[in-house]
Design a binder for this molecule. Sequence first.
Ligand SMILES: O=C(O)C(=O)C[C@H](O)[C@H](O)COP(=O)(O)O
Length: 220
Amino acid sequence: MTIEKQLPSTRTTELDSICLKAEVIPVLSIERLEDAVPLGRALVEGGLTVLEVTLRTDCALEAIRRLREALPQASIGVGTVLTPAQYRQAEQAGADFVVTPGTTEALYRYGVTSPVPMLPGVATVSELMTGWQYGYRRFKFFPAEASGGVKALKSFAGPIPEARFCPTGGIGVNNAEDYLALKNVMCVGGSWLTPKSLIDAEDWDAIRSLAREAAERFHH
Ligand SMILES: O=C(O)C(=O)C[C@H](O)[C@H](O)COP(=O)(O)O
């Protein structure tokens, strides 16, 4: 009960204002620090202004700091947050929001008190119900395709119609639209906009084009 009370509804509003300006959230894994800003800039110039930068690589936190400074107009989500300690690192690096692949009680609890809102990753109704108890209303649905995809999201809408999702995992140009057509989907996430081959080749023009194509094609 006290937890419910602590949860400001502004969290939902904050997450909505971030997610609704992005039909598509590109997922970035930065291997070489010097790629961070040109990659982020190409995506933003292409029209995708909400980014998720994973903590999967050694230079991720420094990459996030640089992106935060170079692209003030972008909303930067920090992904692959597994523990409250990583959540704190994300806060300190200047995250606008935190994204987790799955949830733990510790993360749910920490997220309630943090100044930075969290989009918790859920794959089942049970995980969703736990988050709901803590007051969370917006979730990442991960891994989307492997966890039942569009059909699962339609089923979630039965018992918990107010929950909204950013499905991620196995989404690309060919199925993004199917997800965006659902009432409980705010936006979709994916790494298809940041192919490793183009990053390795520093082909920022090609990445800008991919982003532009997605920004023009997908609407909610
Ligand atoms: O690291 C995490 O926290 C993630 O959940 C990673 C990404 O969201 C997915 O790996 C993207 O999925 P794909 O678009 O299928 O590549």
